[in-house]
Design a protein around this ligand. Sequence first.
Ligand SMILES: [Zn+2]
Length: 323
Amino acid sequence: MMSSDEPELDASDLDIELEFPRSLDEMLLPDVYIGLEIDLLSPGDGIVTDRHHASADRYEADDPMNQIEGQISPFTLSGWLRHGCEQVLQIAGASACHPGESDADYMRANVYERDLESGYHEKGSCLDDHDDGCVVYDLFGGFGDQPGKLLRRPVSFSPIRRNVDVLQGEAEAHYRQVSNQVRSRNDEDGGKPLRQADRDVLGNVEGTWKLTLRELKPEFVGLLLEAVSFLDLHSDEFAFQVGGARNFGAGIADVRVLNPLYSEQEVRRVFNRAQATTSSMEQKDAVWASECRPEFVRALQARTAARDGDLPMPDGGSGGESA
Ligand SMILES: [Zn+2]
């Protein structure tokens, strides 16, 4: 046993033994780096820039010299990641916490009831079966006093690659403000614009979203691994694109969890176009895929089986939708 003040992978609540070929201090955990590549992202309101540093009349949206930096708020990304997590549970035959309150004012009637019949349970009702609730409730938090175990940071972005530190959850990205003009279709109006809508977009987003587990349960890692694989595989489906403007190709995200066995230097190397993968990284990729990832996924299966007696407990070392 490790001493109690060292972080450890706590599997004590799961009825299975987990075996990892590497110790926790050889992993980046409790930090989890999500590698992001998004050609076009329209995060809606969730963007803050330093554009006010440039005076309004000097700002030219298409000036390649406008070196605007800023932050993508984690709310858009979090909702998208959570949606992926819900899918993973539902595919496994379990239900997930509904993200909304049952008495919220939904824009369409019966939305909540309908969702409860298709893979969701009422938010927090899972607390009746398990002290910590379902794994989505546990990870993302529930009602006001239950903060969740996953710290989701904003992603800072810059168009200047050397200003981007992927170990801090930063990305290279190019900010533009795009104006849509809705023009009149009526001949008499001569195509005059009826209204103008400005939209913040980011082009060529490449970097990391840094997540940190406040509590290191192996099933959390398993859920994040499976959800990110799912989102990557389904990235061109409307429901799993991230942010707005999805009909226009925005929000198609190539995503992966960076190998937690990598050193910090190796994480940097992934994003350095001048440097290739080393043989040490390739070796770690093989160990991760064959011996570590399946253990984390097995922990997730044990957690869902413990809550829902109809689901099988995992036996061997494999399972889940691996990638
Ligand atoms: Zn729940």
